[in-house]
Design a protein around this ligand. Structure first.
Ligand code: SAH
Length: 230
């Protein structure tokens, strides 16, 4: 799975992608993350990527042109891969399928189901991260039906970067081989949000906190039953 991120703050992604599971997934080639900074695509002297809103109101809006140019570059990167694959496999269809996600607090909800389907249906996901008061609506109009506004929750962040990172993390979990043990995908089995590990008893301020007996007795039917209800 290839992720393409359009952002004016690519450095914000560094720490999370450079450690733990995300780092391993990148090193093993299961996922890759590519950045396109709208500032690098500006045609004006001061590399300006925002302007005041039509109709008045506070704050600034991200302008169409640098974002669309950055988006085209992300598409071109994919197209290049496609050409390479045609050259190496001789197949005409490079098999790349693009989806564009515009990060927006007013978009459709991002869920595990959304992540599962996206990983099945697409090879490349382009994220467009807003800043300031958001993105000129014509970005979505130009990209057309391949674009979708998506939200990570009913709250407003200062930018789309954290939201894109949340989605990249959740989508990556669904990519084959990213989690060391495929059994770790909780959706594949009966799971519970209440979980325990050793020790069986933990003492804190004169109280002993114990693991539920059923989990320690090895009766899997009873354990599944308990997990459904916890
Ligand atoms: N005035 C805008 C909010 C701008 S917040 C509005 O009401 O829609 C600035 C940027 O942060 C947005 O363009 C979006 O890219 C991102 N963002 C903020 N909250 C988000 C959320 N809950 N989910 C996804 N992206 C979010």
């Amino acid at each position: 799975m290839k992720f393409h991120v359009i952002t004016i703050f690519p450095n914000l992604f560094d720490s999370y992608l450079n450690d733990s599971i995300m780092k391993r997934a990148i090193e093993s080639g299961k996922i890759s993350v590519h950045f396109y900074n709208p500032r690098d695509f500006t045609q004006n002297k001061h590399n300006k990527v925002d302007d005041i809103p039509y109709g008045g109101g506070p704050g600034m809006i991200m302008t169409v042109d640098p974002i669309i140019r950055a988006w085209s570059a992300a598409r071109y990167q994919g197209a290049q891969n496609k050409i390479m694959r045609i050259l190496t496999t001789g197949r005409i269809d490079g098999g790349r399928k693009f989806k564009t996600i515009i990060l927006s607090p007013g978009g459709v909800d991002f869920t595990t189901d959304y992540a599962k389907h996206a990983v099945q249906d697409y090879t490349d996901i382009i994220f467009i991260c807003g800043r300031y008061e958001g993105i000129d609506a014509r970005v979505a109009q130009i990209i057309g039906e391949q674009a979708e506004s998506v939200s990570i929750g009913n709250y407003v962040l200062t930018g789309g970067e954290l939201a894109a990172m949340v989605m990249i993390d959740s989508l990556s979990r669904q990519v084959d081989g990213v989690l060391g043990n495929s059994d770790s995908l909780e959706e594949e089995r009966i799971s519970s949000h209440e979980m325990y590990t050793r020790p069986a008893e933990y003492k804190h301020k004169n109280t002993i906190y114990s693991v539920p007996q059923v989990l320690m007795e090895g009766n899997h039917k009873l354990i599944d039953e308990w997990r459904k209800n916890h």
